[in-house]
Design a protein around this ligand. Structure first.
Ligand code: HEC
Length: 113
């Protein structure tokens, strides 16, 4: 009955968390976690030690911008010792998915006072 239904829904969310996200987003998160997080964080906020001042924040960036940048690194149009190698590891689908992930992170803007 109603209670059973709610329990089932709860189960689905507890044990299949990926169902609450679109497939592209899930795949994009996997790429972010396994490849990008070391430098950009899974939240897109550059938080790595060492050279983090040189690693840009990429959360909440326009998806098209991220796609273009990643394709430019991949093709060698932009040459960077780390990002060019990394982009060359990615398929075009992975570029779209990981760009979907980082672009969908939302932030609240506050102007300096
Ligand atoms: C080894 C560290 C490292 C890893 C891992 C890494 N990046 Fe980067 N990323 C950088 C650095 C450093 C730059 C700045 C490069 C430059 O100056 O052109 C950068 C730049 C970028 C830019 C360009 C941002 C802009 O505004 O110009 C994008 C987009 C990006 N990375 C996405 C990713 C994605 C997506 C992944 C995972 C697939 C990833 N990066 C993995 C270090 C890293």
């Amino acid at each position: 009955m109603k209670k059973n239904f709610l329990i089932k829904v709860l189960f689905i969310f507890l044990f299949y968390p990926n169902l609450s996200m679109s497939n592209d987003l899930t795949l994009g998160k996997e790429v972010a976690e396994s490849i990008c997080a070391a430098c950009h964080g899974v939240d897109g906020r550059a938080a790595s030690g060492g050279n983090s001042a040189l690693v840009p924040n990429i959360f909440a960036q326009n998806k098209d911008y991220l796609v273009v940048k990643l394709k430019d690194y991949k093709s060698g149009k932009i040459n960077h010792p780390q990002m060019t190698l990394i982009a060359q590891m990615l398929t075009d689908d992975q570029i779209l998915n990981v760009s979907e992930w980082y672009s969908r992170i939302s932030v609240e803007l506050k102007l300096p006072e």
